[in-house]
Write a protein that binds this ligand. Structure first.
Ligand code: NAD
Length: 474
């Protein structure tokens, strides 16, 4: 099956071609243009804003069961269409088909989870001795704008949209222009599930122009962004002008602390596929591997051996375990980080080079990487594992907390007390102990320090689309 889809914007319940410029959609496995995407004009975006404003009163007043039924139906449709949507995702973004289908299934779970979580929302009543009562209730914050990136284009969109819709907000989403087919398919699932006109809009455009227009609108009350820290800071400043609520899920640089009491073979079997999942383009990708001295050499050797077995290729080929980078600009970015590390003394244990065609970069393992290497300080966001050794727990903790990022961190140890100590002391929003299962619908996901503000997922994710009101009654 080739690339078969219609690329349209979804505004006020209607599918239409954008009236702005067009942008090419490129298959990163081949570098070929597979479609042209018509972007939204300023007038298209205005229509989307008005639609979201008009639809809000009815949507917020709709019975939560009824809202939930629409979200569950959308989840069912995503599951039914998972293979077809997964193929679009693989062709637009590069990840192996099995990962792409998994992403669609995970997105369906988001809709199911928030459809139910919204039903459990209650307020509280404070009863005064005088008989006065104070009632505290959550209310939907209002029309929301979401901006999401290309690494998990459906899942990250679903995470925001499902929570916002469940909370009773209307939504305008700008997903990434690189992957319009698969995100369009998510919008179709919502449309086919019966989402009322104007409750959800999907628009594409020049990111800076779209975000300025939407964030600048008085109608939009909440901004949720996933992407780089630099863009997040820029959007926060725009949001500050209108005192808009924000959720920012930004970059990370996850440390992995591997202690000599871990189960080494099991740990390596888990770590290597995680490192190269989605070609390392994951905000919580394990990145800086700090390994205790006694097992460092064995760890590096085992990691490199397993990496040699990671087959790189077109994501539609069933043998591929790792696809290309998602866009051309990531190739020079990764190459220069690897070159810089090598020049500063890192040893290349595997990979280290771009592929022949498309935007491929080999699964790469660098050992003895000094802290001065750029890759140890800026998010590589690619298939590069960075390793160095440590002697003591204090030293490992110091390294883990060294950077201004604090999204995810991982610890591998069989020592329960150490696991507790590090779980508390590592400065990050999520800590995985002998586990990578840190992105789940019912738990909060978000960063501290420069990795972001607020959480997605869980009750916290729903609350991020609500405001709290206190009503005092004599
Ligand atoms: P980028 O900073 O140009 O863009 C990141 C994302 O933000 C993209 O989806 C882009 O479309 C969007 N964006 C950019 N400018 C915007 C604006 N003014 N308004 C609204 N949206 C805007 O970076 P990139 O080249 O696409 O990716 C490189 C870096 O971004 C990576 O190294 C990584 O650090 C970060 N990133 C993080 C995530 C994540 O999941 N947290 C996802 C993708 C990229």
């Amino acid at each position: 099956m080739g690339y078969e889809t219609e690329l349209k914007l979804f505004i006020d319940g209607a599918w239409r071609a954008g009236e702005g410029d067009s942008a090419p959609v490129i298959n990163p496995a081949t570098g070929e243009t597979i479609a042209d995407l018509r972007l939204a004009s300023t007038a298209n975006l205005d229509e989307a804003v008005h639609a979201a404003e008009r639809a809000w009163p009815e949507w917020r007043a709709m019975d939560v069961e009824k809202r939930g039924a629409i979200l569950h139906k959308a989840a069912d449709l995503l599951r039914e269409r998972a293979e077809q949507i997964g193929r679009l995702l693989t062709q637009e973004q590069g990840k192996p088909l099995v990962e792409a289908i998994g992403e669609v299934m995970g997105s369906a779970q988001m809709f199911d989870y928030f459809a139910e979580e919204a039903k459990r929302q209650g307020g509280r009543v404070l009863v005064r001795p005088t008989g006065q009562r104070s009632i505290v209730i959550p209310q939907p914050v209002g029309p929301t704008a979401t901006f999401t990136p290309w690494n998990f284009p459906i899942y990250l969109l679903a995470k925001k949209v499902a929570a916002a819709l469940a909370a009773g907000c209307t939504v305008i989403s700008k997903p990434p222009e690189e992957t319009p087919g698969c995100t369009g398919a998510m919008a179709r699932a919502l449309d086919d599930a019966g989402i009322p006109k104007g409750v959800f809009q999907l628009v594409h455009g020049v990111p800076d122009a779209v975000s300025r227009q939407l964030i600048g609108s008085k109608v939009i009350r909440k901004i949720s962004f996933t992407g780089s820290t630099a863009v997040g800071k820029h959007l926060m400043k725009l949001a500050a002008d209108g005192m808009k609520r924000i959720t920012m899920e930004l970059g990370g640089h996850a440390p992995v602390l591997v202690f000599d009491d871990c189960d080494l073979e099991k740990t390596l079997d888990m770590l290597v596929p995680q490192k190269f999942r989605n070609a390392g383009q994951v905000c919580v990708s394990p990145t800086r591997f700090y390994v205790q001295e006694g097992i460092y050499d064995a760890f590096a050797k085992g990691f490199a051996e397993r990496t040699a077995g990671v087959t790189m290729g077109n994501g539609l080929d069933a043998a591929s375990r790792m696809g290309p980078l998602a866009n051309q600009r990531r190739l020079p970015a990764i190459s220069s980080l690897v070159e810089d590390a090598r020049a500063k003394g890192a040893r290349v244990l595997a990979g280290g080079e771009p592929g022949d065609a498309g935007y491929f970069f080999q699964p790469t393992v660098l050992a003895d990487v000094p802290n001065e290497a750029d890759a140890m300080n800026v998010e590589p966001f690619g298939p590069v594992a960075l390793m160095r050794s440590f002697a003591t727990e204090d030293e490992a903790l110091h390294e883990a907390n060294r950077l201004p990022f604090g999204l995810a961190a991982f610890v591998f140890t069989e020592n329960g007390r150490r696991a507790n100590r590090l779980g508390d002391a590592i400065e990050s929003g999520m800590v995985g102990i002998n586990s990578f299962a840190i992105s789940v619908a019912d738990a909060p996901f978000g960063g501290v320090k420069e990795s972001g503000s607020g959480s997605e997922g869980g009750v916290e994710g729903l609350a991020s689309y609500q405001v709290t009101k206190a009503i005092h009654q004599a």
